[in-house]
Design a protein around this ligand. Structure first.
Ligand code: PLP
Length: 396
């Protein structure tokens, strides 16, 4: 028999993972209710408000389809609704999640071209242009980009990639994964002419995991009409024929009560203020890491300052120190949860999620726990990272 898990220290569990994220109490209260028939007229305004709210956060007036699935479901919907067997897509390598999306596409029989990149800085935009210019036959049907690479803490400029597609006069669809950027970082589906946006419930929208969605442009709907990959549960044409214009099967009513409250919270704060808060908290995190990097300590994984993510920071451990041992100390001693390294970054990187329902003391609590654990573990680092974060947040 396995031994029981050690009891967590008392006090609130500090959750500093880059998704799922903290769920505000008011969302928990909104979800905490009895069942209701999803065709009940009492539910219709809840659904409508939440649906319209997600479109506002996407900044789109086009189509939205939602699924009872985590982000992987929306990834699958984006590919199967837009592509046919053997179609070619171009995936811009950014890290673990771009690799996984590419792998899913291969699994669906697509011909995947990867624009390879160093995970610490991502692709060069000039190379995107070159790859599209070289595709004179227009074999590439879609360009797939992870807006905010959650595994590496790197954000890519979607407007710059849009410009590269336009400059090459290439007709490819533009697909963007916004799973860890939506509701946290600046994002504009219609202005940036994104054809398919993949989003999920459990990050900037502050909801439980389990619902995902795709914003879809008119251009993508036209491509969808000719797309032949097999699909059923995720089929947009079937969804369009449903009264709710989304969901095949039972609608997760509780998620919608939560989603309506999530949208209310975002509206109350103002989306621009939400984005500004994320920018401030991210900068404070980087100030702390910048100090820890002294004495050959843990340092930022992303090496491109103009691409630092404002929703997640990935931190590379010095050689000989384990990120997982540090995370274990942080969790066991201080009841703080951090994200681990994904794929080839396993054990070498830990990640601080600073997105969703988060304020200064919550972030400082997590940073303090990390700095204490660096001391406890005897990991070389510069002292005073939390002080630097405080000084920044105090406006000094
Ligand atoms: N894409 C990105 C950028 C992510 O961060 C994640 C999950 O963290 C996914 C896709 C996969 O989403 P899910 O785990 O909800 O299936």
């Amino acid at each position: 028999m396995s031994s029981p898990a050690a009891a967590r220290p008392r006090g609130r569990h500090f959750f500093a993972n880059p998704g799922p994220t903290n769920i505000p109490d008011s969302i928990l209260r909104a979800i905490d209710r009895g069942s209701i028939d999803f065709n009940d007229p009492e539910f219709t305004p809840v659904y409508d408000a939440a649906y319209a709210g997600v479109k506002r956060v996407l900044r789109t007036s086009q189509h939205l389809f939602m699924y009872n699935a985590s982000g992987h479901g929306a990834w699958e919907a984006s590919l199967t609704n837009l592509m046919s067997p053997g179609d070619t897509i171009l995936v811009l390598e950014s890290g673990y999640f771009s690799d996984e999306w590419a792998e899913m596409a291969r699994g669906h029989g697509l011909n995947v071209r990867v624009l390879a990149a160093d995970w610490r800085r991502g692709v060069d935009i000039a190379d995107v242009r070159k790859a599209l210019d070289a595709d004179t036959a227009h074999a590439i049907k879609a360009v797939c980009v992870v807006h905010n690479e959650t595994s590496t803490g790197m954000m890519q400029s979607l407007p710059a990639i849009r410009d590269a597609i336009d400059a090459a006069r290439h007709p490819a669809l533009f697909l963007a994964d916004t799973i860890s950027s939506l509701g946290s970082l600046e994002f504009r589906m219609d202005d940036w002419k994104i054809d398919c946006v993949v989003g999920g419930s459990q990050k900037g929208l502050m909801l439980p995991t389990g619902m995902s969605f795709t914003g879809v442009s008119e251009k993508a709907m036209a491509a969808h009409a000719n797309a032949k990959l097999r699909r059923f549960y995720f089929d947009w044409t079937m969804m369009l024929n449903r009264p709710q214009k989304s969901f095949i099967g039972t609608i997760p009513v509780h998620v919608f009560y939560g989603l309506r409250e999530s949208i209310r919270l975002i509206d109350e704060e103002g989306l621009d203020n939400v984005i500004a808060r994320h920018t401030r908290l991210a900068e404070a995190t980087r100030r702390a890491v910048g100090v820890w990097a002294g004495n050959n300590g843990p340092h930022l994984f992303c090496t491109a300052p103009d691409r630092y993510s404002n929703s997640v920071t990935a931190i590379l451990m010095p050689d000989g120190s384990s990120a997982d041992a540090l995370r274990k100390t942080v969790r066991d001693r201080f009841n703080v949860s951090l994200g681990g390294g994904l794929g080839k970054l396993g054990g070498r990187v830990f990640r601080i999620g600073h997105l969703g329902d988060l304020n200064e003391p919550m972030l400082l609590g997590a940073l303090t726990a990390i700095e204490m654990a660096l001391r406890i573990e005897g990991i070389p680092h510069g002292r005073g990272g939390v002080e630097a974060a405080m000084a920044f947040l105090a406006g000094e």
